[in-house]
Design a protein around this ligand. Structure first.
Ligand code: ADP
Ligand code: TRP
Length: 344
């Protein structure tokens, strides 16, 4: 080990992200993740995978896992990801993720993982009964990102801590193996009003697949009537919409609905307030419901079409995995050399 001032990474910019195939997708996943993936694919080389290895950190029915993986791929395609631009693939089809993850298990420190709030939330009261994989989950996430030397990672706000850990692992690897600038320190891309969509029942909890109330979220598989009904029943306060963002920030449920409106219409929250300030939710909710139905309807229809053609999805996933490996393999080979493995 030698001491080096951090040297900046100067390689190519790459975008990478993934979603777990562990339950139905909702509007939060769509706005916080999928829409951003589709937007970013036009700039830099983009790698978007289905995180099936992360999914099995909690039990997944073997008979269903491949179908769930295809479903996430169908959602990616329906949200506008283009397999000619982005490599779309299952994580487990690129074994370099797991290979690098082991090496990172030996770089990351227990103390760093002990701070991860998602593990605390997901392991609940019975930490000792959780899988070891659930604990080292963020280390695999760091490998997912760095095996492509990805520089930009579009995610929802809840993933920021895992990105900080990824940067810590990259910096420690570069330092310990005397390889300044070898791995980039990737940036999370969390901007925009869709970065944290909240539950429709509780403005202080994020919209999540694991919420027991189905009325808390809009699923990508909901039909128009269900969507409209969920928005009508969304919790709100009795006051009309305010004029300023400061006032809006004190009213979490109102803030959330305005945020969803802004994200779906690609406007700012202030812009939405300028149009609807002074109006009550009796007026605003139906307009919002129409907007959600009009935007999500075509996406869910496309998703169903893809789901009816698993052969097409499988061929896209296989091609994506081959493209991804072409980038990942040489990086792992370089890592093997740096670590000093036999034959590298
Ligand atoms: P969930 O929390 O519902 O289990 P995941 O953890 O599978 O969802 O998240 C997949 C992607 O969607 C991640 O990038 C995550 O940050 C994003 N995401 C999840 N929930 C939300 C939300 N409520 N608002 C915005 N983005 C979200
Ligand atoms: N942990 C992410 C989530 O729960 C999924 C994920 C796995 C991911 N590996 C990743 C996201 C790498 C971005 C980059 O949503």
């Amino acid at each position: 080990m030698t001491d080096h001032a951090p040297v900046a990474y100067t390689g190519p910019q790459r975008v990478l992200s993934g979603v777990q195939p562990s339950g139905a997708l909702h509007l939060g996943n769509y706005l916080g993740a999928l829409v951003k993936f589709a937007r970013l694919q036009h700039g830099q080389p983009t790698f978007i995978f289905v995180a099936d290895m992360h999914a099995i950190t909690v039990w997944q029915e073997p008979a269903k896992l491949a179908a769930q993986t295809r479903e996430i791929a169908a959602a990616y395609l329906a949200a506008g990801l283009d397999p000619a631009k982005a490599a779309i693939f299952p994580q487990s089809a690129v074994p370099e993720h797991a290979e690098l993850a082991w090496i990172f298990n030996c770089v990351a420190r227990l103390g760093w993982l002990d701070r991860m709030t998602q593990f605390k939330e997901k392991s609940g009261k019975h930490k000792e009964r959780s899988s070891v994989g659930l604990y080292t989950y963020p280390v695999l996430q760091a490998a997912d990102i760095l095996v492509y030397k990805a520089t930009h990672v579009p995610v929802g706000e809840d993933q920021k801590q895992h990105l900080e850990l990824t940067r810590d692992i990259a910096a420690k690897f570069n330092h310990d193996y005397d390889a300044p600038g070898f791995f980039p320190l990737p940036d999370p891309l969390v901007q925009g009003p869709g970065a944290r969509v909240m539950s429709l029942r509780d403005g202080s909890a994020k919209m999540s697949k694991s919420d027991e109330s189905d009325y808390s979220r809009i699923n990508l598989t909901d039909d128009s009537d269900t969507i409209a009904q969920k928005i009508r029943k969304a919790r709100t306060d009795p006051a009309p919409l305010p004029e300023t963002l400061e006032e809006l920030a004190t009213r979490p449920e109102a803030d959330n609905l305005v945020g969803i409106f802004a994200a779906l219409s690609e406007r700012t929250k202030l812009d939405v307030l300028t149009e609807y300030a002074g109006q009550g939710f009796g007026t605003f909710k139906p307009v919002l419901a129409d907007l959600v139905v009009a935007t999500m309807g075509p996406v869910t229809a496309k998703m169903r079409d893809y789901m009816n053609d698993p052969g097409e999805i499988d061929s896209i996933l296989a091609t994506g995995a081959a493209r991804a490996r072409q980038v990942a393999r040489p990086v792992v080979d370089e890592v093997r050399k740096l670590v000093g493995f036999w034959g590298a």
